[in-house]
Design a binder for this molecule. Structure first.
Ligand code: GDP
Length: 601
């Protein structure tokens, strides 16, 4: 601005917007990026497209060429678009820069046949949370029955070339997607009807396979950036670099390297940098800045060539000593004019935003980036699942060791998002019985775990129910005394509850239960049975009483409930036992509580 110019500071140049391509697996992210790269090559623009580490830069003139009449370079002053190209690695959608999304804008790829799928929803959630502007690429329009392909053309012309039937079939699918967008709180429409892309998401029908609609997609992304991003793209290109670690990788001849997306300033080969690490910020010196060697020049020694400096926005591999503890998603900062201490502080502050609250007892969480780790931690907090340890990285044997020390079996668990399980860890898990859950959709990972916990709870309750005395109220039937004593054998009917063998039998005549004997066996038509449910009749043998003395025909008898069992039944298992049993329990507790209001509490 003028003010900047007046005080002599650099007014700033415009950097390339960073574009993320998101969507459900197989909906066409890779094919779309390949199409953009490939078309540029066939247009003879290969030299102009630059392959970065983890990204592809498409300059404005190439975009203009590829878009046909849709982009006039004179209308734009942003230099082009930088596509992050790790599509298999969908969680780069969780990568952040200074709290916001790393990507400035995004393309959400949705297969017109499949509509919204789990990873689509997850991407939508993340776009919403990070307030990232995006468009929907309604991909695979060429699969509409009867489609007449119009390779690499703008989509409206292509639609005009279709039969009425194919066109209306396509429209049905597009409106389905627009409906799904609306279900998730986004108003959207065909991009050519959208006036304000901040309030209305543009839907671009396209085919990554045939290229139709791809010109539109490029034009819309370029327009969106130019219109709404210009201010954010204004940076001091010679300032100290700032970026986000995309991946931490071992590279032959270089040791551990970090792949970084640089979104601000410059990194030079002799720079001093601070990188977010597992335990503390890593302070180190750049040893080499590496870019992929152009295809034509590939030699056997190295796939990389070194460069002296890179300017944002760019993808770059940084080789430096001491990067072993670097984490995907962590900030990278160049130390230059500001002192080292203040840069370390800034990196620490940024890392602090990702801090996961841990407990003494809980599950182990491993994830591919700091952002995804935080997202899982949030989801687990909502589900009230405690976390004992949360880290970025593959599942290693020491993670199994930590999970194995949990007190509760539900916590002897590792939740792994988008990471590998090292073979040693897999074996350790099998040996120790630690459960491993792996998924690349966050909410599915959490759901799977919740189902597992519910399963454990069910099993535990069944186990407890088996070991616990159950309440039963039953009546000695008239004229059904088969034996007077030693043991007494009488016919009974259960009025409520479940009568089990080996129960103590009591009567309630006064304020306290009186024990009359032990119920030894239940016989139904000559067969021994384990239990008798409410409404059922059978002959029971009771050791202790004599019919006519301690018990009489017509008497109401009860099984004796130890106070502890009554308490567990009332407080923890009341959902698990049948209503009539609950009624027997209630009556039994009432009798006791007349004497002692706190009995069983
Ligand atoms: P990703 O997992 O999202 O990266 O999906 P891919 O790009 O790997 O695509 C998955 C499959 O869909 C591949 O077999 C592609 O060839 C196919 N595909 C992608 N885009 C299109 C398209 O526009 N039309 C058709 N017919 N197939 C497509």
């Amino acid at each position: 601005s003028d003010a900047d110019a007046e005080d002599g500071t650099d007014p700033g140049e415009l950097r390339t917007p960073i574009v993320a391509v998101l969507g459900h697996v197989d909906h066409g992210k890779t094919t779309l990026l390949d199409k953009i790269r490939g078309s540029a090559v066939t247009e003879g623009e290969a030299g102009a497209i630059t392959q970065h580490i983890g990204a592809t830069a498409v300059p404005l003139d190439v975009i203009s060429d590829l878009s046909g009449r849709l982009v006039d370079p004179d209308d734009f002053d942003l230099p082009g678009l930088l596509f992050i190209d790790t599509p298999g690695h969908h969680s780069f959608s969780t990568l952040r820069s200074r709290g916001g999304a790393l990507a400035d804008i995004a393309i959400l790829v949705v297969d017109v046949n499949d509509g919204f799928q789990p990873q689509t929803l997850e991407a939508i959630d993340i776009l919403k949370r990070t307030q990232t502007p995006f468009v929907v690429a309604a991909n695979k329009v060429d699969t509409v029955p009867g489609w007449n392909p119009q390779p690499d053309t703008p989509i409206q012309g292509s639609i005009e070339a279709q039969s009425d039937r194919a066109e209306s079939d396509l429209n049905d699918r597009l409106y389905e997607i627009i409906g799904q967008m609306s279900d998730h709180g986004f108003s959207s429409d065909m991009y050519w009807r959208v006036q304000d892309f901040r309030n209305n998401i543009g839907v671009v029908p396209c085919s990554a396979m045939t290229g139709e609609g791809v010109p539109d997609l490029l034009a819309v992304m370029m327009g969106l950036s130019q219109r709404y991003m210009k201010e954010e793209m204004s940076i001091d290109t010679s300032g100290p670099g700032a970026g986000t670690v995309l991946e931490v990788k071992e590279e032959q001849g270089f040791g551990t390297t970090i792949d970084v997306v640089l979104y601000d300033g410059t990194v030079r080969e002799d720079d001093h940098i601070v990188v977010g690490g597992m335990n503390e910020p890593i302070v180190t010196d750049v040893r080499a800045l590496l870019q992929p060697r152009p295809l034509a020049e590939i030699r056997t020694e190295s796939r990389f060539e070194t460069v002296d400096e890179v300017v944002a926005a760019a993808g770059i591999k940084i080789a430096a000593p001491g990067l072993d503890d670097a984490m995907a998603g962590a900030p990278v900062r160049v130390v230059r004019d500001r002192g080292e201490a203040s840069v370390i502080e800034a990196v620490e502050a940024e890392l602090a935003q990702f801090e996961v609250e841990t407990a003494e007892e809980g599950v182990v969480v491993k994830a591919d980036t700091l952002g995804s780790l935080e997202a899982i931690a949030d989801a687990l907090a909502d589900a009230e699942v405690p976390i004992v340890r949360a880290e970025v990285g593959d599942v290693a044997p020491r993670d199994i060791a930590v999970a194995d020390t949990a007190n509760e079996s539900r916590h002897e668990t590792i939740l792994a998002f988008n990471v590998d399980v090292l073979p040693d860890a897999e074996r350790r898990a099998e040996e120790t019985g630690v459960s491993l859950f792996e998924d690349d959709v966050i909410y599915q990972l959490v759901e799977e775990y919740e189902e597992y916990v519910a399963e454990i709870e069910r099993a535990q309750q069944e186990n407890v129910l088996d070991k616990i005395q159950r309440p039963a109220r039953f009546q000695v039937l008239q004229d059904h005394t088969f034996r007077q004593s030693n043991p007494a054998v009488v016919g009974v009917e259960v009025m409520s509850g479940t009568l089990k063998r080996n129960s103590k039998v009591v009567t309630w005549n006064g304020t306290e239960p009186e024990r009359v004997g032990d119920l030894k066996s239940i016989q139904d038509e000559g067969e021994d049975v384990d239990e008798l449910r409410a409404g059922e009749r059978a002959a029971v043998s009771i050791d202790g009483p004599t019919v006519g003395r301690q018990i009489e025909e017509g008497d109401e008898l009860w099984t004796e409930l130890p106070e502890k069992h009554a308490k567990i039944l009332e407080q923890e298992l009341s959902d698990e036992i049948p209503a009539d049993e609950l009624e027997a329990l209630g009556m039994y507790l009432d009798k006791h509580r007349k004497r002692d209001p706190f009995w069983g509490k």
